[in-house]
Write a new protein. Structure first.
Length: 519
């Protein structure tokens, strides 16, 4: 049976003549609107208190900016001013220092220095945003800048303190632009007005920090000397480039390390990866040396690489020497080497988004007392903490193979929170001469080849015994598996007498990794 169509027989009302029902609805809506308008008009003055003692409540009474560099803007911070009264208040707000103040404020989306009659309904709040750009302080030590935001509600005067620690610095800003390369400035070298290359040695003393925008370049035939205690900061995607033929000698001490990091000094940036680009070191006639150096929060910590424009791109003749160096929190790699010779003692590379250490192409390696530990927690990580391969891609993207001339890895740890943290990817078209001994791995790869892994001193898949790897503490616990499994012929490597902290190692049997156990 088909459903029947029910037809309406009521004649429709022409659209230009409202029905009685519609008129009733319109009249009701009009009366409601009129009543609301009348009531609002009668109560408007009553919504805002005349009580001269009405005050505000602030989420913070002091807005503090940690040490920031002069001429570099701070992050934006915010707080709220809440009206705890049942009735609304009118507030006059003013930045005490006015227009000359290094601080800038914004009240509920409006920038300025004075705001009159700001309305805050009863029980409601407004947002105040604050940032600062500090002028040069002409001093080498941090200095304090203060201002206040005044809030006047009737006869009540309240204030929120603004406090910033400023730090003057040496600034390098890019003035060279070459297609295909990042913008840069010359730290050492360059060309004179006649187009002649400048060869010089530049000495950075520990007076003020050094802040680099873009890339700072140490040109060929030039040397950069860095004293103990120097702090080098990079803005945004900046980096340091030791061009082929150039040289860097960074000589810190256990008491005064040299640091390379991003230029945001607020606490929220302390361990944030990827704040700057990298330290890129090309080949040359002289070893590049980093002693007692910390590198933090880069995209790539160190990239030693033979010059990509050299035909055949052979392995570097010089070495990169790393003594007592730590590299942490790099969003890509801690060390990304290509056709380079590296010698390191007391090396810590930890918590990187891909590889902690990637040794690619040809090279010669001498690693003693290294801790390579990847407990990256920002996102999923597919790559192992360590990879050794004799292949690389050249400038044209073609696969190349180079010999690993010598590799001596001893007294070390390669570990992390992935199931496999160690990888060999070797092409048989070129020889690979290397040996791991007194070493602890987390790996699912075979380490049974005695030509590359010394029997009885190779340890697999045993928890090293770090104190708190999730928090970046890779010192050893008292009962750590890595204790007393090292061997140090100190006469061959004097740098290994002390550990990364400068603690004296026992002369009989040492611990694996860059740290020795301290009770």
């Amino acid at each position: 049976m088909q459903p029947q169509l029910i037809r309406r027989t009521t004649r429709p009302v022409p659209p230009h003549i409202p029905s009685l029902h519609a008129l009733k609805i319109l009249r009701t809506a009009f009366l409601a609107t009129l009543l609301a308008t009348v009531l609002f008009g009668c109560r408007k003055d009553e919504l805002f208190t005349d009580n001269p003692g009405a005050g505000l409540v602030f989420t913070q009474d002091t807005i503090f900016f940690d040490t920031v560099f002069t001429t570099v803007g701070t992050v934006t911070k915010r707080f709220t001013a809440r009206n705890p009264n049942n009735e609304g208040v009118h507030v006059d707000i003013a930045l005490e220092g006015g227009t000359p103040s290094p601080f800038r404020i914004n009240v509920d989306g409006s920038p300025g220095t004075t705001f009159s009659g700001v309305e805050i309904p009863g029980g409601d709040s407004i947002y105040i945003f604050v940032e600062a750009t500090l002028g040069p302080g002409s001093v080498n030590t941090p200095f304090i800048i203060e201002d206040r935001i005044r809030f006047s509600t009737g006869s009540v005067e309240q204030q929120v303190l603004l406090n910033a620690w400023g730090q003057d610095a040496h600034f390098f800003r890019p003035d060279q632009y070459v297609q295909g390369f990042p913008a840069f400035s010359y730290i050492a070298g360059g060309y004179d007005s006649l187009g002649n290359q400048v060869c010089e040695t530049v000495h950075w003393t520990n007076d003020k920090p050094y802040v680099i925008y873009g890339y700072g370049v140490v040109d060929s035939c030039c040397t950069l000397l860095i004293d103990a205690g120097v702090r080098v900061y990079f803005h945004g995607g900046g980096g340091l480039w030791v061009y082929r033929g150039g040289n860097i000698q960074a000589n810190g001490t256990a008491e005064e390390r040299i640091t390379f990091q991003g230029d945001r000094l607020e606490e929220m940036y302390a361990n944030l990866p990827g704040q700057w680009d990298r330290i890129w070191i090309n080949d040359g006639p002289t070893d590049n040396v980093l002693n007692h150096v910390e590198i933090r929060n880069a995209l790539v910590g160190l990239q030693p690489q033979s010059w990509i424009g050299t035909p055949g791109q052979p392995t570097s003749a010089n070495r990169l020497v790393l003594n007592n160096v730590s590299i942490r929190n790099c969003s890509a790699a801690g060390i990304l080497s290509e056709n380079y010779r590296i010698k390191s003692t007391n090396l810590l590379v930890a918590d990187c988004g891909q590889y902690c250490v990637a040794l690619t192409g040809g090279g010669a390696y001498d690693f003693n007392h290294s801790t390579i530990a990847n407990y990256w927690s920002y996102d999923l990580r597919q790559e192992p903490a360590f990879i050794l391969t004799n292949t690389f891609q050249d400038l044209q993207g073609s696969a190349q193979v180079r010999p690993v001339e010598a590799g001596n890895f001893r007294n070390g740890i390669i570990y992390g929170n992935n199931g496999n943290e160690f990888q060999l990817a070797l092409d048989d078209d070129a020889p690979a001469d290397f040996l791991f001994k007194n070493f602890l791995f987390r790996t699912d790869q075979s380490t049974s080849d005695a030509t590359h892994f010394e029997p009885f001193t190779t340890h697999r898949n045993q928890d090293p015994g770090f104190k708190d790897p999730g928090s970046g503490n890779f010192h050893l616990k008292e009962n750590a598996y890595a204790r007393n499994k090292g061997f140090d012929p100190f006469g061959l490597d004097p740098e290994a007498v002390n550990d990364l902290d400068g603690v004296l190692r026992p002369s009989d049997q040492s611990d694996l990794g860059c740290y020795t156990y301290v009770p």
